[in-house]
Design a protein around this ligand. Structure first.
Ligand code: BMA
Length: 392
């Protein structure tokens, strides 16, 4: 004969166990065995920054987020101002999805300019950042700062760093520039909260073309500049919505990725900028070699890493992409994808489609449109809809 009380107890126990498992699963802890608590540059980083960091980590397990510089600000033959009520993008026109990462450059903010170096009004930029973020997009910002010594642009290589650090004569002036950067970055808000921004200042420092680069600034000065920038933004101006990226240019044989590295407490993500200057073999070798180096360092330090700028480039040729000599119209699938597949990068950012001759992303009618569409279907190439479907 069955015991009714025993049956009841068993059923109650089952209900409790199932209930406990359900509740336990629905309250997944923010950190777990796979995603350990990161040591961010900013210990006071906002919750949104922590969520973004986690998102970048989890998406790198599925593939890489595909990004485009100035994606919605302008493209080939158009600019946002011509379509004020529409969010347009060369990527969207081809694949009916937006990039997952949106790059912007704040060159000119330090001077209080209304527009950035490429004519994008900062107000528009802010609105586009917020729109992208509200849709689940990831925002990254670079800064082609003017040369504080000469007031010319960032490609004026007159040494300046030694004057804006320590007791230098231009410290105050540069501090006022940093304060403007801080005000802008903090002002980008969605629903009243600052949106998280991946900040990538002083990039390509191992190249000789910027005032903050070798040999116009040595590694000791560079590190001091970087740390000073972090102290100012984070501690003085209380900017708490940033993830900091260190991004040298592709490594030449004698380059040491870590030469200018500001230190683990000052860098969240390891990046690298690599372009294909019409030499697919050299480019492929660089991508594999450099990402391999970064991956090892990043894993050891428990940091994320990314291909922070890329594209196929032909300098000084405005219509290169429609030319018969266009190098490889299947570049995205033949050259890029095989080299970054399974690399573990969190994102890849294609540089801008400037109307003045720089084009790193195909657009509709480009010879590589079909190739790019096929690239977008590759399992690891993640666009906006893809990253919005990732559980983390
Ligand atoms: C550089 C070039 C410039 C541009 C700058 C900021 O790499 O594309 O033409 O002004 O970025 O976007």
């Amino acid at each position: 004969m069955g015991c009714k009380i025993c049956d009841f107890q068993k059923r109650l126990a089952t209900i409790l166990i199932v209930g406990f498992i359900t509740i336990f699963n629905s309250c997944k802890p923010f950190y777990n065995m796979v995603y350990k608590k990161p040591l961010l540059v900013d210990t006071k980083a906002s919750k949104q920054v922590k969520i973004l960091h986690k998102k970048l980590f989890y998406l790198s397990k599925e593939g890489f987020a595909v990004g485009h510089q100035d994606a919605t600000a302008y493209g080939i033959g158009w600019k946002h101002a011509d379509f004020p009520n529409l969010i347009k993008s060369d990527v969207y026109d081809m694949v009916e999805d937006f990039p997952a990462v949106y790059g912007f450059d704040i060159s000119g903010i330090e001077l209080g300019n209304a527009n950035n170096i490429d004519g994008v009004p900062f107000n528009t930029m802010k609105a586009l950042m917020v729109d992208a973020y509200s849709k689940g997009g990831i925002i990254t910002v670079s800064w082609h700062a003017d040369n504080p010594k000469t007031n010319s642009n960032s490609w004026d290589t007159t040494p300046a760093v030694n004057e804006i650090i320590g007791e230098g004569a231009l410290v105050e002036k540069y501090e006022s520039w940093l304060s403007k950067v801080a005000v802008f970055l903090k002002s980008v808000k969605h629903k009243g909260r600052e949106i998280p921004i991946i900040f990538r200042p002083y990039h390509e420092m191992n190249g000789g073309w910027f005032w903050w680069g070798n040999p116009n600034c040595n590694s000791i000065e560079y590190i001091q500049l970087w740390r000073h920038t972090v102290y100012s933004l984070r501690d003085k101006y209380e900017v708490h919505n940033l993830i900091y990226v260190y991004a040298p240019n592709k490594l030449n044989p004698n380059d040491d990725y870590m030469e200018y590295y500001p230190g683990d407490r000052f860098v969240d993500v390891l990046g690298i900028d690599i372009y294909d200057f019409q030499n697919a073999v050299e480019y492929s070798n660089s991508v594999v070699n450099d990402l391999g180096i970064i991956k090892n360092i990043a894993n050891e330090k428990y940091k994320l890493y990314a291909l922070t700028e890329t594209g196929i480039h032909k300098s000084g040729d405005i219509n290169w992409f429609i030319e018969a000599s266009y190098p490889d119209q299947n570049w995205f699938n033949n050259v890029l994808y095989p080299n970054i597949e399974n690399s573990g990068i969190s994102w890849v950012l294609f540089w801008r489609n400037g109307c003045g001759g720089e084009q790193y992303m195909p657009n509709k009618a480009h010879k590589s449109e079909a190739d790019f569409k096929a690239f977008a279907k590759q399992p690891q190439a993640l666009f906006l809809k893809d990253i919005n479907n990732i559980k983390y």
